[in-house]
Design a protein around this ligand. Sequence first.
Ligand SMILES: NC(=O)c1ccc[n+]([C@@H]2O[C@H](COP(=O)([O-])OP(=O)(O)OC[C@H]3O[C@@H](n4cnc5c(N)ncnc54)[C@H](O)[C@@H]3O)[C@@H](O)[C@H]2O)c1
Length: 338
Amino acid sequence: MKILVTGGSGFIGSTFIHYWLTRHPDDSIINFDKLTYAANPESLSDLTANPHYQFVQGDICDEIAVDKLFSDTIDLIIHFAAESHVDRSIDDPMLFVKTNVLGTYTLLSAAKKHGNIRFHHISTDEVFGTIIPGVVDVFSESTPYNPSSPYSASKASADHFVRSFGKTYGLPITITNCSNNYGPFMNPEKMIPRMITNLIDGKKVPIYGAGENYRDWLYVTDHCSAIEAVILNGKLGQTYCVGGLKETSRNIDLVKQIIKLMNKSEDQIEFVADRPAHDNYAVNWDKVHNELGWEPKETLTSGLQKTIDWYQTHESWWRAAKTEAEAFYQRLNAARNK
Ligand SMILES: NC(=O)c1ccc[n+]([C@@H]2O[C@H](COP(=O)([O-])OP(=O)(O)OC[C@H]3O[C@@H](n4cnc5c(N)ncnc54)[C@H](O)[C@@H]3O)[C@@H](O)[C@H]2O)c1
């Protein structure tokens, strides 16, 4: 099978490419990625000589570049490429409209034009908005969309386009809406790697608000196995919610757990002004479990330990990205404090 992966140089995409080629070594993957600030080509440097892996740099919004990818027969598209950081979406929403909405539309049009190619779209539970106790206690496939941030609004719009191409043109689509991922190779702008790398650097760990917001956490290779299950055995036209644990974790408890695992002090916790429209998330993944037999393997403790070990031993991978991410947060905080 020949697979087009978009955004394969980012966190989940690069983990997925390794995951897939290890388990399906006869398949071939083309990784189409713009290499934005969020990408790190180092994550895939071990595959440079692999004849089953090819990298093409390009923008999913570029119709001509996307069209060219189909000069070879493509059997399956797995669409990871996105602007993925909520705080950046608050800063620059138009970029999210372009990449996440227009980019997804461009890929869908190409998939339709080149023979209704199977299209799997990677989405987020953030499209459902926030948990409202007594009203929406947990997200599932039937939860109405109610996005809060420009990021989640752009992902929600993309999901609607994907479904509409399934219904209107018969494009064989599937969607996974997953909870927050964590693991190695994640940009240190995101919460868990930012906490870990701040602790490594002996710096304070900022927590939004009082740290009461909660979510469930999905270890990245558990997400990859869920995508694999949906690609191989999922029903066309369907959405599958994918979550980490049946219990959720408050941000304050999460940071305390990381501090404990790293033998650091809780004095390093610093409470900062809350993010606007800060959501709570919890995913019910019964459907993917009951239909496809999927369940996560990692507990939060085992996944965090693996993640901490990796950041402690891979500073050369994350240092430059951390410098850039901290500069971004400084600009963001200055703008919010105006
Ligand atoms: N990280 C999470 O916790 C999480 C949770 C739920 C869903 N998701 C979704 O999973 C997908 C992957 O997330 P991630 O965390 O790996 O993201 P990431 O930010 O780490 O990587 C995104 C990748 O997409 C590429 N990209 C961005 N714009 C592009 C464009 N216009 N053309 C081509 N490539 C482009 C970037 O260069 C980067 O390699 C996204 O669709 C995201 O919305 C992520």
